[in-house]
Design a protein around this ligand. Structure first.
Ligand SMILES: NC(=O)c1ccc[n+]([C@@H]2O[C@H](COP(=O)([O-])OP(=O)(O)OC[C@H]3O[C@@H](n4cnc5c(N)ncnc54)[C@H](O)[C@@H]3O)[C@@H](O)[C@H]2O)c1
Length: 205
């Protein structure tokens, strides 16, 4: 993750939970790592206080970050998050999409494909699937503008990208899940003018 100084990144669902939150904090870890590399980070999260906690922590370390309420399943909310990045920094170089609704329904492990209520499935699809579509829809035009501006310079800057938190054990997932993940990743890559998305590794702490 080099060459990120002054790049502008939006982290979708990068909040740092309080003690009650059980998630391991991949989004917040990504945001902190990007900031440590010199990037300017705009953090959205359904839990607004959690978004501000991550941003406060990054600013306390001397880097640039702002937090904002954001619901990945809501198109207007996604647009507002991207607009915040433009208002703060005038550009977007990359986004990391981390949102997944893991707060409802089967958190106790008691439900399965058959018994999980349909409204939980719908919310999960709205957040995890449509959320990525919304984020790409409002970010990709800005990413392409950056690529176009960079390619007109004598020494172009590194291209931009879209990434998404993914399972570290893809080979163990069923075939349909691998196909879905690959088509989603490649579709986003094509939309942003790349042939493939580079992997970004980050350890959650
Ligand atoms: N934790 C794992 O073992 C694991 C494994 C594979 C993939 N993932 C993926 O990583 C991501 C989550 O990472 P994590 O487990 O570290 O969680 P995390 O600690 O990064 O927390 C997820 C964040 O999403 C926020 N959120 C929930 N619903 C939202 C919404 N509608 N809009 C905006 N923000 C919302 C929560 O407030 C929380 O801050 C998910 O996309 C998940 O599919 C996690």
């Amino acid at each position: 993750m080099r060459g990120l100084r002054d790049k502008v990144f939006v982290v979708c669902a990068g909040g740092t939970g309080d003690r009650q939150w059980i998630g391991p904090g991949i989004g917040a870890a990504i945001a902190r790592r990007l900031a440590a590399e010199g990037a300017k980070v705009v953090i959205g999260d359904l839990d607004e206080a959690a978004a501000h906690r991550t941003a406060d922590r990054i600013r306390a370390d001397g880097a640039s970050a702002v937090g904002q309420h954001y619901d990945a399943g809501d198109e207007d909310s996604t647009r507002r998050l991207m607009e915040r990045a433009i208002a703060e920094h005038g550009a977007i170089d990359g986004i990391h999409f981390n949102a997944m609704d893991i707060t409802a329904g089967d958190i106790d492990g008691q439900h399965d494909l058959v018994t999980l209520p349909l409204d939980v499935w719908r919310r999960r699809l709205d957040v995890g699937l449509l959320g990525l579509v919304f984020a790409a829809r409002y970010a990709v035009p800005h990413l392409l503008a950056r690529v176009a501006a960079a390619s007109s310079r004598r020494r172009p800057t590194r291209p931009t990208w879209v990434s998404r938190s993914a399972s570290p054990t893809p080979r163990r997932r069923p075939a349909w899940a691998r196909c879905y993940a690959t088509s989603r990743r490649d579709g986003v890559a094509r939309a942003s003018g790349r042939t493939r998305c580079p992997p970004v590794s980050c350890r959650a702490r």
